[in-house]
Design a protein around this ligand. Structure first.
Ligand code: 5GP
Length: 182
């Protein structure tokens, strides 16, 4: 499982892991509106609140949280069939979800990607241009809290000051956990 604040570079890291291992990405459900370029069913399953809540009630969601005013959750169907087939699943979820997954899957490997500094993260979010000004402060506050808690939640913390090096570090961790890396 790979966690870290929005804008830290997780998407690129996850893409590299998918490229170099036979893992499958767990596409989460969310009530957040799609960002430019995001594809329904690939980046997220974009649901309205009512449909999301129905899935929770039906037990289709393994863990979920409210984050920055939107609901995010891991679909049981995105995880269990993949694990049963013997492949690894990659989750991109935040701290509360990570704790819940740790409780449910004790073999889970929890990796947190941390920005070198908070201002580097802010620059990236501004540069990405897809975080409304009104969401920015919340995102940075959440990031600060996540980073403070990370040492108590995750098995590994990787600082992303150089993306290529960070990717190699993450692949090294997976290798040491027994995942085959090409
Ligand atoms: P974003 O809106 O930037 O795509 O994601 C915001 C945060 O929600 C990120 O920290 C991301 O890891 C987290 N997130 C995405 N999907 C899930 C999920 O299914 N469960 C949980 N707990 N967090 C998620």
């Amino acid at each position: 499982m790979i966690s870290g604040p929005s804008g830290v570079g997780k998407t690129t890291i996850v893409e590299a892991v998918l490229d170099r291992t036979s893992s499958v990405f767990s596409v989460s459900a969310t009530t957040r509106p799609p960002r430019r370029g995001e594809v329904d069913g690939e980046d997220y399953h974009f649901l309205n609140r009512e449909d999301f809540e129905a899935k929770v009630t039906e037990g289709d969601i393994l863990e979920w949280v409210e984050y920055g005013g939107y609901l995010y959750g891991t679909l049981r169907a995105a995880v269990d069939p993949v694990l049963r087939s013997g492949q690894s699943v990659i989750l991109d979820i935040e701290n509360e979800g990570a704790k819940q997954i740790r409780g449910a899957y004790e073999n889970a490997v929890l990796i947190f990607v941390s920005p070198p500094t908070l201002s580097a993260l802010q620059e990236r979010l501004v540069g990405r241009g897809d975080t409304p000004e009104s969401d920015m402060e919340v995102r940075l506050d959440v990031a600060t809290a996540q980073m403070a808690e990370a040492p108590y939640v995750y098995d590994h913390i990787v600082e992303n000051d150089d993306l290529t090096r960070t990717i190699e570090q993450v692949l090294g961790i997976l290798r040491s956990e027994g995942v085959h890396v090409a």
